[in-house]
Write a protein that binds this ligand. Structure first.
Ligand SMILES: NC(=O)c1ccc[n+]([C@@H]2O[C@H](COP(=O)([O-])OP(=O)(O)OC[C@H]3O[C@@H](n4cnc5c(N)ncnc54)[C@H](OP(=O)(O)O)[C@@H]3O)[C@@H](O)[C@H]2O)c1
Ligand SMILES: *[C@@H]1O[C@H](CO)[C@@H](O)[C@H](O)[C@H]1NC(C)=O
Length: 322
């Protein structure tokens, strides 16, 4: 290229650039400005709506660790009266202590501890009666307690299927049924069920878990329609991997403790992030919410829209090829 040509092209770009900026500006400003304003209004609106949570009674199962613990912090900080339920009383005491020591700048309510075992179905209604005796009402029930499993159908004991169904499904159904009459009577209440992306798609080695979470999804859809006329809300939450103790507590094929932190779990969302998204979903009275990265979302849509592609990918995955 000669010098003259080079000069020529600089002049050209000097002329073109302002035009380009002008074109981009005139296209983008009308799009981005309203968008920024919309986002700011949304944030303000969310802050305002969050005040609705003030002094609400929120019962959270699985509050002794992971997502349940993070939910306890999120709802406590929003001014709720939280009831912490799980089996390990000492861990619930720890969470209560942590709550009392944190969030000292906002008016709060002393958390209540409710030791319960989700597999002990006959004991669950009594637990709800106890809470209703103390708080007179439960505004939000968050069915979060759960366990997972590792292993294929061929080698997994039937007992593992029973255990997962008890904790992840029947326990939740039982608590929901115990709370529901008081909500219907008051014509107000919100039931939240923590499902999983695996409540929407089944993956190899997780049949027991995926089946229990699929059951939750179907239960929610039926329930939501039934209780809408009583002004009771139902939200089903489907998170992707979250960095919690879930895989450590998973059951192996024989029902023993798996005890390993899986790579996917370790690389997952923080429990605090997911808890914040759940608070938003509750405030906005969402029917369902998927909190997952694009790959998991694509898998969910593939299963619905292009099932044969999904099956092909899962066959590969079962052979550890993807
Ligand atoms: N971590 C993930 O990648 C992920 C992804 C999607 C969905 N989820 C769902 O998120 C929920 C919370 O799990 P997490 O990830 O926070 O795992 P986690 O840290 O293992 O917490 C599980 C909680 O469930 C409670 N729990 C287990 N068995 C119980 C029983 N028989 N009775 C009463 N409570 C019981 C545990 O408390 P005790 O041991 O004290 O009873 C614990 O508080 C589960 O429903 C899980 O399926 C997790
Ligand atoms: C499934 O579990 C078996 C052991 O039960 C293991 O050998 C295999 O690698 C696992 N497959 C996947 C895809 O995780």
């Amino acid at each position: 290229m000669t010098n003259k040509n080079a000069e020529q092209s600089t002049t050209n770009s000097n002329e073109i650039l302002p035009i380009l900026y002008w074109v981009l500006g005139s296209i983008w400003a009308p799009i981005t400005l309203p968008w920024i304003i919309y986002q700011m209004l949304g944030t303000l609106h969310m802050k305002y709506k969050r005040t609705n949570l003030n002094s609400k009674v929120v019962l959270i199962t699985g509050a002794s660790s992971g997502l349940g613990e993070a939910l306890a912090h999120a709802f406590y900080a929003a001014g709720c009266r939280v009831i912490l339920a799980a089996r390990r009383k000492n861990e619930l005491e720890r969470v209560k202590k942590d709550l009392l020591e944190s969030h000292q700048t906002v008016p709060t309510h002393v958390p209540i501890i409710l030791p319960l075992d989700l597999t002990d179905l006959p004991s669950l209604p009594k637990n709800i009666e106890t809470v209703l005796g103390i708080c007179s009402q439960i505004d939000i029930l968050i069915n979060n307690g759960g366990i997972t499993s590792r292993g294929n159908v061929l080698n997994t004991d039937l007992g593992v299927y029973e255990k997962l169904m008890l904790v992840n499904y029947f326990g939740q159904v039982c608590l929901t049924k115990a709370v529901l009459p008081s909500m219907v009577e008051r014509k107000s209440g919100h039931i939240v069920l923590i499902s999983s992306v695996q409540g929407l798609i089944g993956i190899p080695n997780r049949s027991a878990y995926a089946a229990s979470k699929h059951a939750i999804q179907a239960f929610c859809d039926s329930l939501r329609a039934e209780v809408a006329e009583h002004n009771v809300e139902v939200t089903v939450v489907s998170p992707g991997y979250i960095k919690t103790e879930l895989s450590l507590n998973a059951l192996t094929e024989s029902g023993s403790k798996y005890g390993r932190m899986d790579e996917n779990t370790a690389k997952g969302y923080s429990a605090e992030y997911v808890a914040e998204q759940i608070v938003r979903a509750v405030v906005e009275k969402k029917n369902e919410v998927i909190i997952a990265p694009p790959t998991a979302r694509i898998a969910v849509y593939l299963r619905r829209l292009l099932p044969s592609v999904y099956f092909w990918i899962m066959n590969k995955r079962a052979k550890n090829e993807v």
